[in-house]
Design a protein around this ligand. Structure first.
Ligand code: 5GP
Length: 178
């Protein structure tokens, strides 16, 4: 692996495909144990999590469901600014064991605004799986129950994550050269 270019920027290797795969297998094993007999509903947040969600879900061997949603933010009428809505969430969450699959948690803003909407539907439990987390970028602390990797506060691409639309199909994760 060497330096790559996406649009106008250079990125250097950060996590190899086999490192990512090993973490995913460990996460799946943990989920198999914790959710045995609970028929969890995984909710993957598009676009960034599509590869992570697919790879993780293939490794989960208990009975489980998965659905995919997209979060859209629009300017609310309140002074608080952005309002986040879920597109494609058509499953009733009441009394379900819900597991959110997120590619990366940066400031925590997206999930901190979205999670209360899910709690509102009274799931039996609600946990978060994130492949990547930038602890030093936290502005809105949210509990990450299952974490792939804690990473520095650097912009990353690959493995589903894009830079301005490109880079999602790179098998490894690269970080911005600064
Ligand atoms: P948050 O609301 O936690 O600040 O941001 C979450 C979203 O920002 C992620 O789902 C992702 O779309 C985007 N994001 C944050 N950091 C990165 C990064 O390093 N690389 C890419 N490609 N997207 C990021």
């Amino acid at each position: 692996m060497s330096i790559i270019r996406v649009h106008d920027k250079q990125f250097e290797p950060y996590l190899t495909a086999s490192e990512i795969n090993a973490r995913i297998q460990a996460l799946a094993k943990q989920l198999d144990t914790d959710y045995a007999g609970k028929k969890p509903l995984f909710i993957a947040i598009l676009n960034g999590s599509f590869i992570f969600a697919a790879d993780l879900f293939k490794e989960v061997s208990i009975d489980a469901e998965i659905c995919f949603i997209k979060l859209a933010s629009y300017k609310g009428t309140k002074s608080s600014g952005q309002v986040i809505t879920a597109i494609g969430l058509d499953t009733d969450l009441y009394d379900r064991h819900v597991v959110i699959l997120e590619d990366i948690v940066d400031t925590g803003k997206t999930l901190s605004e979205f999670l209360p909407q899910l709690h509102h539907q009274q799931p039996a439990s609600l946990k978060i799986v994130a492949l990547l987390h930038k602890p030093s970028a936290t502005v809105f602390p949210i509990p990450i129950d299952y974490l792939g990797f804690a990473i520095p506060n650097k912009f990353v691409v690959g493995y589903g994550l894009d830079y301005d639309g490109l880079g999602r199909n790179i098998r490894e994760i690269y970080k911005l050269v600064e």
